[in-house]
Design a protein. Structure first.
Length: 106
């Protein structure tokens, strides 16, 4: 009594269906990421759960890239601290400390 055709078909359906789960998962996850849904599908299909992990490592579409503050010139920084000094927000000593820091950094 060996394994017949009906048993083999059932095994293929049971385990073959599980092969497509990471592909569908990668497709859905990839559609929300920069890799795209087709890239997620292919990674999930060929690399299984490892492909889905790679998809989740990519950046989301709705994430905005981080840009630092624009670099200010030393003259702009000195002007800012001078305005703070004139308005009374900082003392003369604090202004001189910042002025020394700005001028010595160049």
């Amino acid at each position: 009594m060996g394994i017949g055709a009906p048993e083999i078909i059932l095994i293929i359906i049971a385990f073959g269906g599980m092969w497509f789960i990471p592909a569908i998962w990668g497709y859905n996850a990839g559609s929300k990421r920069t890799i795209g849904s087709v890239g997620g599908l292919l990674l999930g299909l060929f690399l299984s759960i490892f492909g889905v992990i790679i998809v989740y490592c990519t950046r989301r579409i709705d994430e905005k890239p981080f840009y630092g503050f624009p670099n200010q010139s030393p003259a702009d920084e000195l002007q800012k601290y001078k305005q703070l000094l004139d308005s009374g927000a900082i003392t003369e000593n604090e202004y001189n400390i910042q002025k020394g820091r700005i001028l010595n950094s160049n």
